[in-house]
Design a protein around this ligand. Structure first.
Ligand code: HAM
Length: 447
């Protein structure tokens, strides 16, 4: 038991540390008016998933940290700088998931899904955590909807299907001016010689810009040059962005199977008339990608609405057998911000409800029981149970635009009747309590 002395001590130290009882930085509450967008997104995603035959999956929010360091990559920002890691009492290192592609593949392997008819198509929705610098469109708890196709062949048709599913989701959410940027980063065979080409180019450029005192690559990129040269193309630093423009393009280095694969992806997109822009500098920050990578944008400064790509090596990186796969994740926070910017509104549509009002304590009990009877009959009700004045209760009924109010007073309790008041015309009639559910069903739903 906590003593007063201990409590005082704790209160004093809280004051010293200025404990804030607000949401942690970069995180927020989703209030009911905001949640309308989330509900809509979930139902749209579920429709799209149903159409393209994706089954829903939910993986834990915590995973072993090694899952991400082995797949996303130790030298990526996501693992190196942004992952929330905690040590358990048993000494395990767990991480709040920063993304779900590695967890979904972990689940595919753990549950032997390679024995199911291939490929396996999965989708998910949920919170992810990245300790990034909070700014517009960048949260530390972010929500993603993802579609993944795992197993089967490394067939370009699946890359196209994933992109189409993502675009259809955005269209159905009423996102306008969808821009798809796409690239291929090749395979193990063609990527390594390209990485070398890139390193040579950057080494030369960095040395020559230093001697000419021109803008040069940032410190992070000087480090990436050895550890993860593809990431040089991903850097947003103005000096690095300028250097990138004259860097060799990976598309010129693709091997013949990768070139054919990429050509086929683009052909499938052409067939369904889905426009795209080639971006030879798009590499995406994560180690597990190969071949197709893409990002989806709309107008404005909100950042990518979604991104994804093929990840044929991921299964092997986390101890599984060769499993071709491709997927996408859409950032729901950003999709919803983009809708709000364009003033797309999803109404908080309430079904018409019957209002239940009472006069006096006995009637209050009857009203309370009646609400449950309506629940069992599937009729939605509204009430203001804490307000004892009938006038105040009917004011709420008006505000909530309830078409009908059911009023129970002392007399009605004894006579086992109820007053049905038409809130639009003010007309009232008495109905027997035994008939009330049936009567309201008829009036609200025409049944
Ligand atoms: P990602 O590009 O890291 O990819 O994230 C996908 C989307 O999540 C981004 O395009 C963005 O909309 C949203 N997002 C990312 N970080 C934040 C943030 N801090 N705040 C708000 N939104 C954010 C992945 O996560 C991969 N797992 C995608 C994938 C699926 N690749 C294959 N399958």
């Amino acid at each position: 038991m906590e003593t007063n002395k201990e409590k005082n001590k704790e209160d004093k130290s809280s004051a010293k540390k200025k404990i804030s009882f607000q949401t942690p930085k970069g995180m927020r509450d989703l209030l009911p008016t905001e949640y309308v967008f989330w509900d809509k997104a979930l139902s749209v995603a579920s429709d799209v998933a149903d159409f393209y035959d994706f089954g829903r999956i939910e993986t834990p929010i915590l995973e072993y940290s090694a899952l991400f360091s082995h797949s996303v990559g130790v030298s990526t920002d996501m693992v190196e700088k942004e992952m929330y890691v905690l040590k358990t009492k048993g000494g395990d290192s767990l991480a709040l998931r920063p993304e779900s592609t590695a967890p979904v593949m972990r689940s595919f392997i753990e549950h032997g899904m390679s024995h199911l008819p291939q490929p396996v198509k999965l989708w998910y929705f949920g919170p992810h955590f990245r300790h990034e610098k909070p700014q517009a469109g960048r949260y530390r708890q972010l929500y993603q909807i993802g579609f993944e196709i795992l197993g089967g062949e490394s067939d370009a048709i699946f890359d196209a299907e994933i992109i189409i599913a993502a675009v259809r989701f955005l269209e159905k959410m009423k996102i306008k001016k969808i821009l798809l940027e796409i690239n291929s980063i090749g395979c193990r065979q063609c990527r390594n010689p390209y990485k070398k080409k890139l390193q040579d180019f950057y080494r030369k450029t960095i040395v020559s810009s230093r001697t000419k005192k021109n803008k040069t690559a940032c410190k992070d990129c000087e480090r990436r040059l050895e550890a993860n040269p593809l990431r040089l193309l991903d850097c947003k630093d103005p000096g690095c962005a300028e250097i990138k423009l004259s860097a060799p393009s990976i598309l010129d280095s693709l091997c013949s199977p990768c070139r054919t694969h990429f050509k086929e992806v683009l052909e499938f997109l052409d067939i369904v008339k889905l426009p795209y822009a080639l971006n030879p500098y798009l590499v995406r920050g994560l180690d597990y990608y190969n071949r197709t990578v893409f990002e989806i944008f709309t107008e404005g400064e909100g950042g990518a609405l979604g991104g994804g790509g093929r990840y044929d090596y991921l299964a092997e990186m986390i101890g599984g057998k060769n499993t071709p796969a491709v997927g996408v994740a859409l950032g729901l926070d950003r999709v919803i911000n983009a809708l709000k910017e364009k003033e797309v509104n999803y109404e908080f549509k309430k079904k018409e409800r019957a209002f239940i009002a009472y006069i006096g304590d006995t009637a209050k009990k009857t009203a309370f029981a009646l609400i449950e009877e309506f629940y069992r009959s599937g009729i939605k009700t509204f009430s203001a149970l804490g307000k004892d004045s009938l006038q105040a209760q009917l004011k709420v009924a008006d505000k909530e635009r309830c078409p009908i109010a059911l009023i129970i007073g002392q007399k009605e309790v004894y006579e086992e009747t109820i007053i049905i008041r038409n809130m639009r015309t003010g007309e009232q009639e008495n109905v027997s309590m035994t008939r009330v559910v049936e009567e309201i069903k008829k009036r609200l739903h025409g049944k």
